[in-house]
Structures are given as C-alpha cells and as structure tokens.
Design a protein around this ligand. Structure first.
Ligand code: PMV
Length: 278
C-alpha cells in the first residue's frame, strides 16, 4: 500500500502563478493505493497517466481510497497521482525518491490543470509547512506552534483550476490585488516563524481573494456570516464563482462555537492542524 496526504494553501494561491511565494501545509486527510492484481480497469486520465509515467502496465488493478473531496482545493489530483506512482514503482521493485516523485506528479498535474505552479505536488510529496515559489528550491518552514483550522465545504466549483487561473489573468484588478496578497503572505510567514496568531492575516487574504473575484456569492455570504460571529475566513485553492467555491478555512480561538453553527446549517467540514507535530 502507498499513502500520500492532501494539502491546504494557507496563503498566496493565484499569486503563486505570478512567481510570488505561497504557503502550503499538508493535512491529515489523504489517499491510499493498493495493488489488487491484474485485469482491465477504466482509470481516469490522471491515474492512467500516473501509471504510464511510472513505467507500469495499464492492466495493473489498483484500489484507490481517498478522504479528499475532488476538485475542491485540497490537492486531490496530486495526492492520487503521487500515491499511484509510488505504488507502481514499489511493484516494479524501483522505489522512487522525493525529487523524482515531484517531477512525475507535476507532469500528471498538467493533465488536470494545464500550467500548474507545482504547489500541489510540492505539498503532497515533501509534506509539512512549505513556502513555495515556482521554479525555486522550496523552503520548509519549521513552525513549532500548532494552528487548528476548520475546512468547510462550500461546494465543488464547476470551474476547473485552469479556468479560474485564466479568469484572474483577464481581470484588470489582478496586478494590484496580487501585490496586496504578496504582502499578506510575507506577514503570515513572519508570524508563523514567531509562533504568533495568523487569523487576522488569513482573513485579510480571504477578503483579497473575494476582491480578486474568485469567490462565489454563496461562499461570500457564508464568510460574512462567520466573520460577523468573530471567525477569520478565507477560501483555499483556486475558488469558483458560478456554484461552490471549494474549501474554506475558518480560524477562531473558539472553534467549538463555529462547529455548532456549521452543524446546525448542515455544512460539511473537517478539522485539521497545521504546523507543530501532526
Ligand atoms: O488546485 P487548487 O484549487 O489548490 O489551486 C491551485 C492554486 C492556484 O494558485 C490557483 C493554481 C496554481 O497552479 O498554483
């Protein structure tokens, strides 16, 4: 069996496409892949590519189990691709190192995302808390404090990450908002290093993503409600506007209050911890 974990972008999505730094953390939810024999299987394009790129045969029968909602910003496609590649290489008796796994997972991501920054494969392959800048060596952040967050499901976006990235590229506000997001990323990175609260900065980044136009009406309504009750809120990942906006980070010193609120409104959510020892 081969395992990988999903990710949450704390800060800097979309900005990372423009060569800026983003901060990403691996989470406790993930993917498990087991080889169960040989036979004909109908794999989705990412799995088929992962098997091929790892040098495996398409008649390998794999059982894939995932805790990650698909297409909602938690790195599902990268986590599946990386776990499949690891499993195939294990079966071939050629275990893979992290740098090669990163390269091959990034190739698979291109099927789903066109021209991805590589942040998802980086988080899935190297784990922990990472400051990621496209084309540069990644920086592992040693964060001694644990930060608890809720990841609330605002619904699967109908738009792909590629479409959201294109939408941002076509907006006149992009340059200005990306600069402001970059400032928040720096501030969050400093605060993580000093074991300080990051809630307020996460919330500012959340408002900037709304200004960028990647958050839909329903998610904005929910954010505003949660903010009015005292939470810090930000969507994570590419976002979506026509229906759902993917997963939303909720931070507060009183998460129990927000869990009760979300339970009452029948929202699905996960609780996760980033930083420290998981
Ligand atoms: O795949 P998602 O939803 O986590 O989005 C990735 C983050 C973006 O910055 C929007 C795109 C990218 O390639 O970095």
């Amino acid at each position: 069996m081969s395992k990988t974990f999903g990710k949450v972008i704390l800060s800097g999505e979309h900005a990372v496409v423009y060569g800026k730094t983003a901060i990403v953390a691996s989470i406790g939810l993930g993917v498990r892949v087991k080889t169960v024999g040989k036979g004909k299987s109908d794999y989705n394009p990412v799995v088929a590519k992962a098997i091929e790129i790892a040098g495996g045969s398409q008649d390998l029968k794999l059982e894939i189990e995932s805790d990650l909602p698909v297409g909602s910003g938690l790195g599902s496609s990268a986590a599946v691709a990386a776990a499949v590649i690891k499993e195939v290489r294990k079966q071939l008796g050629k275990p893979i190192d992290q740098d090669e796994l990163f390269r091959l997972t990034l190739e698979c991501e291109k099927i789903a995302h066109g021209n991805p920054s590589g942040i998802d494969p980086a988080a899935v392959v190297y784990g922990g808390l990472i400051a990621y800048t496209k084309g540069q060596p990644l920086e592992q952040l040693l964060v001694k404090r644990q930060y608890k967050l809720l990841l609330v499901d605002t619904g699967k976006p109908v738009e792909s990450t590629k479409e959201m990235v294109e939408m941002v590229a076509n907006s006149v506000k992009t340059t200005e908002v990306i600069e402001k997001i970059t400032y928040m990323v720096r501030e969050i990175k400093d605060r993580l290093g000093r074991k300080q609260d990051i809630g307020n900065c996460i919330n500012q980044n959340g408002l900037l993503l709304e200004e960028l136009g990647v958050v839909g009406e329903d998610a904005i309504k929910l954010s505003n409600k949660l903010r009015s009750l005292g939470a810090d809120v930000k969507i994570t990942g590419a976002g979506g506007v026509q229906t759902g906006s993917g997963m939303m980070i909720v931070m507060s010193s009183d998460l129990a209050k927000f869990k009760e609120f979300l339970d009452n409104k029948q929202f699905k959510y996960f609780e996760t911890i980033v930083g420290g020892k998981q």
